[in-house]
Ligand binder design. Structure first.
Ligand code: HEM
Length: 465
């Protein structure tokens, strides 16, 4: 307004048009810069109570991150130096408070603070506003509609489908074992978990494990995640226009399209099948309702169904969240057990005993393998498949040590650093499944964190009001 008024008075004083335009541009730049400087100032003040590693005035800590194991070493060093929490700057304006102690995490996650609008906005163009990203009334409505899909009765039959997928993978490995050929294990595991989620949640037989070659969906997801990480670390890419016009932005859009086409095809085929089956009762009599049926047939209290866009977003979310996390978890379980043959033997003996002369474990057997369960928990502690999540404060938050962070700030929970926190875990780098013996789990928060990684997160991280 002030700029427009001064421009008008200058025009009246007879300034030539090109000078007037130049003046307007300069004023706009000055205005934008002062807004940004104010934003930076506010962020600095907000973080005043939380000392952190030295930061570059322009790049913040962005140049410190190399996207490899050096980042892990750096983060561990910082966490050791700054107990509980420290600020991390991604450029001059974007800053989050990284927290790495369960008591801090508890304060944040027992509140109902929303997801932050920076990191989650970077995956929104791909998975849309599914459960992972959505907030408020939309999230509540969708969670209510989809909760029947998580009922034990729905989950129980999945165990046989998962066992079938695992058997296909093991048969392939048998062939490698015979020829002594080495192979990249995590690719096989990703195909196995994708095969499982397709069969369990979407009743879709893709044969993705046996068709050979690399899977376009898995490749696309891998590329999208790498590009999102790159975006977070590259200040210029925080701007949508610059990112989408860049070669990386082009690759992101291309990969997004590939992933989208796969999920859209799954939905299309089911919609066709449902048209033929017509009635819910007839479908139910024929087979168990799966997650996709629930999505397509769900109606809220006003008899409103989910829109096509909402269905696509939930399918994209489930396909990603349901295969990528489990692939990472299972791959690291193999890794840990390979590094610790003594524990591997204990698991093998325990499973063989429960198995008896059966082909595979059933639902009820899962409670009969405590040693294996402890090994799985310990792997997930050391290598959490979701290493961080974040929230944006809608009101000031005071943590247990009395330090307060004002509203509007982003808090990032480093699940990885929490799991490595020496004030919580004895010898945190050591693989020790026995730390999960019931008598050793004395502090409630330890289990809380591990459950976060065990897929029971939906009840703990965000529960329905
Ligand atoms: C080891 C396996 C898994 C781990 C470690 C894991 C971890 C997590 C974490 C930490 C969150 C919270 C994210 C946040 O608040 O920002 C989350 C949310 C979610 N996960 Fe998982 N997850 C796993 C498996 C799965 C599977 C198999 C599915 C689907 C079949 C799934 C679907 C979801 C969904 C839909 C959400 C959003 C829930 C909501 O906010 O309502 N996850 N997961």
């Amino acid at each position: 307004m002030a700029v427009a008024e001064s421009a008008l008075s200058l025009q009246l004083s007879g300034l030539p048009m090109h000078q007037l335009i130049a003046l307007l541009c300069v004023s706009a730049v000055v205005y934008k810069l002062s807004v940004l400087l104010h934003k930076r100032n506010v962020a600095f003040h907000a973080m005043a109570a939380f000392p952190g590693p030295p930061t570059h005035w322009l790049f913040g800590h962005a140049l410190e991150f190399k996207n490899d194991e050096r980042d892990i070493v750096k983060n561990l060093k910082w966490a050791q130096h700054y107990p509980y929490a420290f600020p991390v700057w991604y450029g001059p304006f974007v800053c989050l408070l990284k927290i790495h102690h369960p008591d801090y995490v508890k304060t944040l996650l027992t509140s109902t603070e929303p997801k932050d609008d920076f990191v989650y906005s970077l995956i929104k163009p791909w998975i849309g506003e599914g459960l992972l990203v959505s907030e408020g009334q939309k999230w509540i409505r969708h969670r209510r509609l989809l909760t029947p899909g998580f009922h034990y009765d729905v989950l129980k039959p999945y165990i046989q489908l998962m066992a079938d997928s695992a058997k296909t993978m093991m048969d392939k490995w048998e062939r490698y074992a015979k020829t002594n050929e080495s192979f990249e294990l995590s690719e096989h595991v990703s195909l196995m978990t994708l095969d499982s989620i397709l069969k369990c949640a979407f009743s879709y037989n893709s044969n993705c494990q046996t068709v050979g070659g690399s899977n376009t969906y898995i490749k696309a997801v891998y590329q999208i995640i790498s590009l999102v990480n790159l975006r977070i670390r590259t200040i210029l890419y925080h701007n949508d226009l610059i990112f989408y016009l860049s070669p990386h932005g082009y690759r992101y859009r291309k990969a997004r399209k590939v992933a989208y086409n796969v999920t859209a095809e799954v939905i299309r085929k089911r919609k066709e099948a449902l048209k033929e089956e017509k009635e819910l009762d007839r479908i139910q009599a024929k087979r168990n309702l799966d997650f996709l049926d629930i999505l397509l047939l769900a109606k809220d209290e006003n008899q409103q169904s989910l829109s096509d866009e909402d269905i696509q977003a939930e399918v994209d979310t489930f396909m990603f969240a349901g295969h990528d996390t489990t692939a990472s978890g299972v791959s690291f379980i193999f890794y840990c057990l390979a590094c610790h043959p003594e524990h591997q033997k204990m698991c093998r003996d325990e499973i063989l005993e429960v198995l008896g002369d059966k082909d595979t474990l059933g639902w009820d057997d899962l409670g009969k393998i405590p040693y294996t369960t402890m090994c799985i928990k310990e792997c997930l502690r050391l290598y959490p498949p979701v290493p961080a999540i974040s929230r944006k404060l809608s009101k000031p938050m005071t943590f247990f040590d009395g330090r307060t962070l004002p509203a509007g700030r982003v808090v990032g929970v480093s699940v990885f650093l929490c799991h490595k926190n020496a004030s919580v875990w004895e010898n945190p780098d050591v693989f020790d499944p026995l730390r999960f013996l019931p008598e050793n789990v004395s502090r409630g928060h330890l289990m809380h964190l591990c459950l976060l990684q065990l897929g029971q997160e939906t009840a703990l991280v965000r529960s329905l009001p």
